[in-house]
Design a protein around this ligand. Structure first.
Ligand SMILES: [Zn+2]
Length: 119
């Protein structure tokens, strides 16, 4: 079994329905029943076959997303994570972040707990 640790962000280039408000947290979709599914069926099978993981997400409120307080908390977490990675890769000049680790190194660094191996 081979795990690839890079991933591609398959950003959905289409709306989920013609009006663009399907699954919108604040606005109502005005499309007739069945129109959404018909619209989604227009995405080609070969394109869908190339996407391993499909995750439906709702729109994020811009004000919440742009919150300075929230961003500062995220920034602190990123800085702490980078510090941990700096220590982890101290003797490996070519590595700077977890995404650059080889599968062998991931197995060494990312030990799965016994509870995590049940499934
Ligand atoms: Zn709609």
């Amino acid at each position: 079994m081979v795990f690839r640790f890079g991933f591609q962000n398959a950003n959905k280039a289409t709306q989920e329905c013609p009006c663009g408000f399907y699954n919108h947290p604040e606005k109502d979709c005005v499309c007739a029943p069945g129109v959404v599914q018909k619209y989604l069926n227009k995405i080609s099978g070969p394109l869908l076959d190339r996407i391993d993981l499909h995750v439906e997400v709702t729109l994020v409120n811009f004000t919440e997303l742009a919150s300075t307080e929230r961003n500062n908390l995220i920034r602190e977490r990123v800085i702490k994570a980078r510090e941990i990675q700096d220590k982890r890769f101290l003797d490996k000049e070519e590595l700077h972040c977890n995404a650059q680790m080889s599968p062998k190194m991931v197995r060494k660094v990312c030990q799965i707990s016994e509870a995590g191996t049940i499934y």
